[in-house]
Design a binder for this molecule. Structure first.
Ligand code: FAD
Length: 409
């Protein structure tokens, strides 16, 4: 499964200092994590901080799955807005979910302070807006709900919007310090390095081909004939984890991103906040530590493994058209920012769940396995929440929020 196409900004800008060998003998450990993307790396961080004897394996190299294609916008906002989520899970649960994502944002702030690199992390404001007249009453009531629920939000009408931004806003919610941005690839590597300091064993180029229970243990077999004997297994294999489920866990789309060269002027972009519109698919915009703009969106539904969208290359006409549309949109957003040139273009698989929530927890058919499927546009944030919850499960606790993220919902 080639989840990302094209050279991404993160792998192009970062030199990877640490490379890890493949597994070449039989080993034992307490917990083994399959998948060394940002989700698996977060699990390894939480467990090794508690001195759990942990192994992490990846069939590829660290961070080369969806993680390298991630725009890494971090938001308290979920794909399904508060009004929609309230309808699906009730008011209290919906607010709890928004608070979980907000807490995870600030948890990333704490984690990066404990790492050897701040990973380009910054807390930001975010704008959720509409350019359509007929969405004003929806936006107003979504704003009221968020305000009543204790989030630090401002309502933007047309006039307030035009004072801050160079594009047309009919209505919007401006959220203060409830979003962030990070370099997901650096973050993943840095988390793993921190784990190694605490005894984490890391094996790249090591594919797990089976996991089987023997008594209280799980035996994992690798592609090259070795075994790992563990008490617990964490499945953090991103979209490849879908194979453990009979039902559809997520709708897969392909999302497209372009990245400018560094810029010196950001006129018309208030506080370089995170921007998202209400379209379906929506447009998302962020800045970077080195003063670039990333704009993404133009998502296309993906069919089966043989479909065109599944196998699209970066050179394909469809991809090239998508990148052009994104660039035109970017110029329309910021007509006063001159000399915008595009340096990186890439696309990747993106999975949406029906309620915008992740899948975290135990699977009835797989004893001693924990699953963490951090799907949706809050993938990194859900990686944090999920990794923390799995640590709780490992220590015998069962936080009530897991009911909302359960695998069989
Ligand atoms: C274009 C795009 C934009 C995005 N924007 C955002 C955003 O703004 N904010 C956000 O939070 N999220 C965003 N996402 C989603 C985010 O990228 C994902 O949620 C996140 O990267 C998932 O990380 P992961 O570790 O779960 O999966 P992955 O990074 O895919 O890692 C899974 C790993 O498992 C390994 N693996 C699989 N099977 C095996 C096996 N059998 N044995 C060993 N290893 C195995 C793979 O090699 C891979 O490295 C975006 C995604 C894309 C593509």
């Amino acid at each position: 499964m080639k989840v990302v196409t094209g050279e991404t900004i993160w792998t192009q800008l970062n030199n990877v200092k640490n490379k890890y060998t493949y597994l070449s003998k039989d080993i034992e450990c307490d917990v083994v994590i399959i998948g060394a993307g940002v989700t698996g790396a977060l699990c390894s961080y939480y467990l090794t901080q508690e001195n759990v004897d942990t192994v992490i394996v990846d069939k590829n190299i660290i961070g080369y799955g969806s993680t390298r294609g991630c725009t890494a916008i971090l938001q308290y906002e979920i794909d399904v807005d508060l009004t929609g989520l309230k309808g699906l899970v009730g008011y209290e649960n919906a607010v709890n979910c928004f608070n979980e994502t907000k807490n995870a944002l600030y948890e990333i702030d704490n984690i990066t302070k404990n790492l050897d690199d701040n990973c380009g992390f910054a807390i930001k404001d975010c704008l959720y807006y509409s350019y359509k007249d007929n969405e004003t009453s929806f936006m107003q009531s979504e704003y009221n709900l968020r305000k009543e629920s204790g989030f630090d939000v401002e309502y933007l009408d047309k006039e307030k919007g035009s004072n801050r931004f160079s594009f047309d806003i009919k209505s919007g919610i401006y959220s203060n310090k409830l979003a962030g941005e990070i370099d997901p690839y650096r973050f993943t590597h840095s988390l793993i390095r921190k784990g190694v300091e605490k005894g984490l064993r890391v094996y790249e180029n090591t594919e797990i081909i089976s996991t089987n229970n023997y008594g209280d243990k799980v035996i994992l077999k690798t592609h090259n004939g070795f075994t790992i004997k563990a008490n617990k297994v964490i499945i953090a294999t991103g979209y490849e984890a879908r194979k453990y489920f009979d039902k559809k866990t997520a709708i897969l789309t392909r999302s497209f991103n372009i990245v400018t060269k560094p810029l010196s002027n950001f006129e018309g972009w208030y506080k370089k906040c995170i921007i998202r519109d209400t379209d379906d698919p929506y447009i998302y915009i962020r800045g970077t530590e080195d003063n670039r703009i990333i704009i993404g969106g133009e998502d296309e539904k993906i069919g089966g493994e043989r479909s065109k969208q599944y196998n699209l290359t970066n050179e394909d006409k469809v991809s090239q058209e998508k990148y052009k549309i994104l660039f035109d949109k970017l110029k329309n957003y910021f007509p006063n920012i001159n000399n915008m040139n595009i340096e990186y273009e890439f696309s990747g698989f993106f999975g949406e769940t029906k309620d915008g929530l992740p899948y975290v927890g135990k699977h009835k058919d797989y004893k001693n396995h924990y699953f963490l499927m951090a799907y949706g546009s809050n993938g990194v944030i859900y990686g944090v929440t999920g990794a923390r919850l799995i640590k709780e499960l490992y220590f015998g606790n069962n936080p009530s929020i897991l009911e909302l993220f359960r695998l069989d919902r």
